[in-house]
Design a binder for this molecule. Structure first.
Ligand code: SF4
Length: 72
């Protein structure tokens, strides 16, 4: 089941935490992060870790329209 990953580039501050934690899922582009794979991801714990760790709360992960990351 695919996950949908989005980065709010207006909130992203370019910290690079997500690209460090999940290098196969995020890339810095013009000092802002964007998700790789067109924002589609196979279930991957590192993507949730990145969402949890984003200091700007810019990453959202959904599964079938339900927000699963960041986690509480
Ligand atoms: S962790 Fe958040 S603020 Fe840092 S680069 Fe990724 S999306 Fe941007």
């Amino acid at each position: 089941m695919a996950w949908r990953v989005t980065v709010d580039r207006g909130r992203c501050m370019g910290s690079g935490i997500c690209t460090s934690l999940a290098a196969s899922s995020f890339v810095l582009d013009g000092e802002r992060s964007r998700p790789l794979g067109g924002g589609e991801s196979t279930p991957d714990e590192t993507v949730l870790d990145a969402a949890d760790s984003c200091p700007a709360g810019a990453i959202t992960v959904t599964e079938e329209g339900r927000v699963i990351g960041p986690r509480d």
